[in-house]
Ligand binder design. Structure first.
Ligand SMILES: *Cc1c(COP(=O)(O)O)cnc(C)c1O
Length: 367
């Protein structure tokens, strides 16, 4: 009996080839295994690509934490999207500042009505480029300038994204990038802090390395060990060479998915497409998985509804759009591991599962 399985499609899959493997082996044969020449080369290639000053660190979370250490102090309020990765909110909490959650738009995942979150204690904003869709950076930047606020961009899913010809991460004070395996490029774990401000870049370099301005040098502030290894940087240098091709494939896949989904309400991002479903999502995802197509949810629960943040008094119903995304949307993969035939198969399976399920009322409508 022929199997109806055509392909196995992962939501994200790192693309590591011989050049990466050779570069890692070469890095392992060097004397210096961390924070050396390869890290500098990786930073330089990131600088050439984006046009800012780059400081390599051990993760995007490390970059965000260093950013909040530089810009905020205890008691400051920082506006964060309610639907996002925990990392940005945590970075605010970790310096004793307070994350103020703002609901998001169903059009692009960016802030909805940010003015309503402003108080006399607000000192900054962390914008998240949801699924690689650039947030409304022009508006955000003037909002921050008018109100004297710092702007950090969480660009973990937005490497290669430009807004009005400027790379994201350079619209505010600091941009933070991730090289976790399923991101646009990977170093295993890893991150980059991007800025156009020389003073911020220097402070970031000290904070990633015990607070010292140089190795065995003077110490200007209590710091951490958030350094990147040479092994990771070797991977990163090779991945940067492939990035233009990765981005081209992502873009073509995004267009193909958008075209295939027609009228479905959705958010199209270079990192993936978020589709709003009318049918039972759990069942939908299970049926897709049965056809070996992995889907994801960005994000399964609004941050303010996590146990820790509920202590601020947040409850269900406070962030209706973030909850709508959490409860009814699904993200479809569009990474460079997918060829046009995979996209066609995914779209065909999407339509079959969706139409089969939407004739049955969603479970949530019955109970
Ligand atoms: C992955 C991700 C992070 C965290 O990145 P790490 O490198 O794993 O610390 C933060 N924000 C967003 C939007 C992400 O997607």
């Amino acid at each position: 009996m022929p199997s109806d399985r055509k392909y196995r499609i992962y939501f994200g899959k790192p693309i590591i080839g011989d050049p990466e493997k050779e570069a890692v082996l070469d890095a392992l044969s060097r004397r210096q295994l961390t924070n050396g020449g390869l890290v500098m080369n990786f930073e330089e290639s990131f600088q050439d690509f984006t046009g800012g000053l780059a400081v390599a660190v051990s993760s995007c979370t490390a970059a965000l934490h260093i950013s909040t250490m530089i810009l905020f102090k205890p008691g400051d309020e920082v506006i964060i999207p309610a639907n996002g990765h925990l990392s940005a909110a945590n970075a605010v909490e970790l310096v004793g500042a307070k994350p103020v959650f703002c609901d998001v738009s169903l059009e692009n995942g960016a802030f909805q009505d940010i003015e309503s979150c402003l108080t006399h204690k607000t000192k900054g904003v962390i914008a998240v480029h949801y699924m690689g869709v650039p947030a409304n950076l022009g508006e955000l930047r003037s909002f921050c300038r008018t109100n004297g606020l710092y702007l950090i961009e969480d660009c973990a899913l937005a490497l290669g994204t430009h807004y009005e010809n400027r790379h994201v991460g350079l619209w505010g004070d600091i941009g933070c990038f991730s090289f976790y395996p399923c991101k646009h490029i990977t170093t295993g774990e890893g991150g980059m802090l991007l800025t156009s401000n020389m003073e911020i870049a220097q402070k970031a370099k000290a904070l990633r390395s015990f607070g010292q301005t140089e190795r065995h040098g003077d110490m200007i502030t209590p710091g951490l060990n958030y350094r990147m290894t040479e092994i990771q940087a070797a991977l990163g240098i090779e991945q940067m060479k492939r990035l233009p091709l990765f981005l081209k494939i992502r873009f073509e896949n995004m267009l193909k998915i958008a075209k295939g989904l027609g009228d479905f309400k959705r958010i199209d991002g270079s990192y993936g497409t978020t589709v709003f479903l009318d049918c039972d999502r759990t069942e939908f995802r299970r049926q897709m998985q049965n056809q070996f197509i992995e889907t994801s949810v960005y994000y399964p629960k609004p941050i303010p509804l996590m146990t820790h943040y509920r202590a601020y008094g947040h409850r269900e119903g406070d962030f209706p759009n973030a909850e709508a995304i959490s409860n009814t949307s699904v993200c479809l993969p569009s990474g460079p591991h997918m060829r046009p035939k995979h996209i066609d198969y995914m779209l065909e399976t999407f339509r079959t599962c969706e139409s089969r399920l939407s004739v049955v009322p969603a479970l949530s409508a019955i109970i």
